[in-house]
Design a protein around this ligand. Structure first.
Ligand code: GDP
Length: 432
């Protein structure tokens, strides 16, 4: 079982972080200077990966001094652990001791993750950026106390663990969750039948598994996917008055429960308000999106040109979504759905490191600065991608950025870094 060691100065919050990772509150051990305490190891699990978490908490006070004893702790962690977490107090910033430890850890052949703890509010993100100076790469901003972003940190820890033997045929994280939505009669059940009909095994409502009985596990392109709330699609629930409301509620719930959404549209008919509402709600919910134009077998040259115009006019909110033209009837291009889902999810999960983001941004802004407002030129001080799923950028500025300029930044950001198939959130924090 791989070992993850947590090192750092006293009072940076190592024990709180360990407890956070273990998902419990008890046994918070005080980092009291002068108290010697043995290293404690715990069993931890994240995304189905098990590892041993070693809290290197205690150190020997004495002639050698604090710094020497923590560096020794780091040396020992490096020799015994597969991954080392160096915890630093973001409020205090990098101290001489942190620098000494970082220097030791930079020699490590093992992955070292820099954890900026006590980031209880976004206003501390510039302080977090100052931790780049430790030379250990991007700092992971977390608040061990409040749980902020500890999931992202754990994702990174698990990614850094040595490759584990596969235990089952299932992906450890479980199948990714897909919603298939669209207005009535666009062909949702036909498409689902086509997708499930082409494969050997459809595992539906598997007894004794954790899969919700209304979901279906579907293998597409060698990968297992969990299609959310397909019970209604399979059984063709009878429509009666009042069901419109329930249908839209069901759609909304499926979108919320999904990671990526296929919005199915009827290419043979004009795009409707209802279509656009569904598309918009996916983007607003922050889910990855694939647009599938169904009934392509009915589309002739003339209709295709019409549709292009409707897309230009109607789908302005989601120019980044991949479009796949399918026919549930003939099976045309349905094999393109799985790759499109994968692309969208990769973008949804993608993170641009802060250093890369800022060097790109400062060049862009030097060439095209934000428009002057009220006689003042707003400056963008610093940017960071604070989150994924969906990718969320935080820009720290000295003034308001107009919507047009924010759209310009998003477009350029996508040109540079990709992000096909996912909405991106941009938050602007104005510093007075
Ligand atoms: P749902 O309400 O979205 O589940 O739609 P259905 O799957 O029930 O399909 C509605 C109607 O459209 C049915 O009569 C289907 O046979 C038809 N249909 C579905 N997909 C296609 C397609 O790709 N081409 C054509 N021509 N008809 C389709």
């Amino acid at each position: 079982q791989p070992v993850v060691a947590v090192v750092g100065r006293p009072n940076v919050g190592k024990s709180t972080l360990v407890n956070r990772i273990l998902g419990r509150r008890e046994a918070v051990v005080q980092d009291t200077p002068g108290v010697t305490r043995d290293r404690i190891s715990y069993d931890a699990t994240w995304r189905g990966r098990r590892f041993t978490l070693v809290d290197t908490g205690g150190w020997e006070p004495g002639a050698s001094g604090l710094q020497a004893s923590i560096t020794a702790q780091a040396e020992r962690a490096m020799s015994e652990a597969d991954v080392v977490l160096l915890v630093v107090d973001a409020v205090v910033g990098p101290t001489a001791t942190d620098e000494a430890v970082a220097k030791v850890l930079r020699r490590s052949k093992r992955p070292v993750l820099l954890v900026a703890n006590k980031v209880d509010s976004e206003s501390l993100l510039p302080e977090v950026a100052s931790l780049w100076s430790l030379g250990l790469g991007e700092p992971y901003a977390v608040s061990a106390l409040h749980g902020r972003s500890s999931g992202d940190l754990l994702d990174a820890v698990v990614d850094a663990l040595p490759e584990a033997p596969r235990e089952t045929g299932l992906v450890e994280a479980g199948p990714r969750r897909v919603a298939l939505v669209g207005k009535p009669n666009v062909g949702k059940s036909s498409l689902l039948n086509k997708l499930t009909g082409e494969q050997r095994a459809v595992v539906d409502s598997v007894a004794g598994t954790t899969v919700d009985p209304v979901d279906s596990l579907v293998e597409l392109d060698g990968q297992l996917w969990r299609f959310i709330d397909t019970a209604g699609l399979r059984k063709r629930v009878q429509t009666a008055s009042g069901t419109e409301y329930y249908a839209s509620l069901r759609t909304k719930n499926a979108i919320d429960a999904a990671e990526v959404v296929i919005v199915l549209l009827d290419a043979s008919e004009p795009l409707s308000e209802q279509d656009l509402r569904i598309v918009t709600s996916v983007a607003d919910a922050g889910r990855a999106l694939v647009l599938a134009f169904n009934k392509w077998d009915l589309v002739d040259e003339e209709r295709r040109h019409q549709l292009d115009r409707e897309i230009d006019r109607g789908l302005v909110r989601v120019p980044w979504a991949e479009r796949v033209n399918v026919s549930a009837l003939t099976g045309r291009a349905v094999h393109k759905l799985a790759p499109a889902l994968r692309t969208a999810l990769t973008s949804w999960d993608q993170r641009v490191p802060t250093g890369q983001l800022n060097s790109w941004l400062s060049d862009l802004i030097a060439a095209t600065p934000p428009p002057v407002r009220g006689g003042k030129q707003p400056k963008v001080l610093f940017a960071t991608q604070a989150g994924v799923r969906p990718p969320t950028l935080v820009l720290f500025t000295t003034g308001f950025l107009e919507a047009g300029y924010r759209r310009f930044l998003e477009r350029k950001f996508r040109e540079q870094f990709g992000f096909t198939g996912t909405p991106i959130r941009i938050n602007v924090r104005v510093r007075e």
